[in-house]
Ligand binder design. Structure first.
Ligand SMILES: [Cu+2]
Length: 293
């Protein structure tokens, strides 16, 4: 009886050792970090050991806010998680060239994926312009760049598919400073009836770096022009969220339809730089975005 138990214990110990060594030897199966994303464009060349692929939720680059993800893969399709990436978009408009507001490219926590956003000032073909993209990577001691690759930036439309929807606006501050700012609407990406997060970026309008502006405010007044320009209760102005590095407020859509998000751009001291209050005589601010759902 005792002996049998002994053997049982020895077996259990042996089995647990086997289990440990087994999990040590097997390589971790690689999960596809791009699952759920749609491919936009691939950057590869015969002399490049790695391929860079651009993804996002929609599979498209578009006017205004565009979130993107980069995957770096080797010749066997393995996803590389220790690459360094940089990229530069530039629009060639014949007489002049300009870039666009953008973030740096950073690693996504816990995934072999890299992320960035663009605030595209113009869509492809606007002003006869063409967008080009330079992208550079380093993996270990291997570096490579892809230069002057044409990228497609789509226009953004209202649900009718024909009328352009305003999602980004460049303004010149009042007061004669001549300082230009670019305001970009981010959320709501999927507007719904009721309260929605509203987020936005502000950048200085200075090519090519377009530095991000922090500490400003955007006074919000959403209106429905088709319904006697009524507003809605419980909206919250956009203020700088230092944790998420974005301007954030709340917009309340009391019904579906076409809404004009009237804004007033103010600096940290509360001085108005652009935009005006909506009144009985003035139907809209000179700074506004459009949402329709
Ligand atoms: Cu342009």
């Amino acid at each position: 009886m005792r002996r049998k138990r002994y053997i049982q214990i020895i077996w259990m110990v042996l089995l647990s050792f086997a289990a440990v060594s087994c999990s040590k030897d097997d390589p971790e199966p690689q999960v596809d970090p791009t699952e759920g994303l749609t491919k936009i464009q691939e950057f590869s060349a015969p002399d490049s050991p790695y391929t860079i692929t651009l993804y996002n939720e929609t599979g498209r680059l578009q006017l205004g806010y565009t979130k993107v993800y980069f995957a770096v893969t080797d010749g066997d399709g393995n996803f590389i998680d220790n690459a360094a990436l940089s990229a530069f978009p530039e629009m060639d408009m014949g007489m002049h060239k300009h870039s666009t507001p953008r973030s740096g490219i950073t690693k996504v926590e816990g995934k072999a994926l890299y992320e960035a956003y663009y605030s595209f000032l113009m869509y492809s073909g606007q002003g006869n312009g063409t967008w080009y993209y330079d992208i550079e990577y380093t993996v270990g001691d291997v570096s490579h760049s892809f230069e002057d690759v044409v990228i497609q930036v789509d226009n953004v439309f209202r649900p009718d598919g024909a009328t352009q929807r305003r999602v980004i606006q460049t303004v010149t501050a009042i007061g004669g400073s001549g300082q230009r700012y670019i305001v970009t609407l981010v959320e709501p990406l999927s507007p719904k009836v009721g309260t929605n997060d509203i987020t936005a970026y502000i950048h200085e309008g200075t090519n090519p770096d377009y530095p991000a502006v922090t500490g400003f405010n955007l006074i919000l007044d959403p209106r429905m022009p088709s319904m006697e320009n009524h507003s809605s209760p419980n909206n919250v102005d956009l203020t700088w969220d230092a944790v998420n590095h974005i301007y954030k407020g709340i917009v309340n859509f009391s019904m579906t339809g076409y809404w004009k998000l009237n804004l007033i751009l103010q600096n940290g001291a509360g001085e108005t730089l652009y935009g005006n209050p909506v009144t009985d005589e003035t139907e809209a601010s000179s700074l506004y975005f459009e949402v329709e759902f």
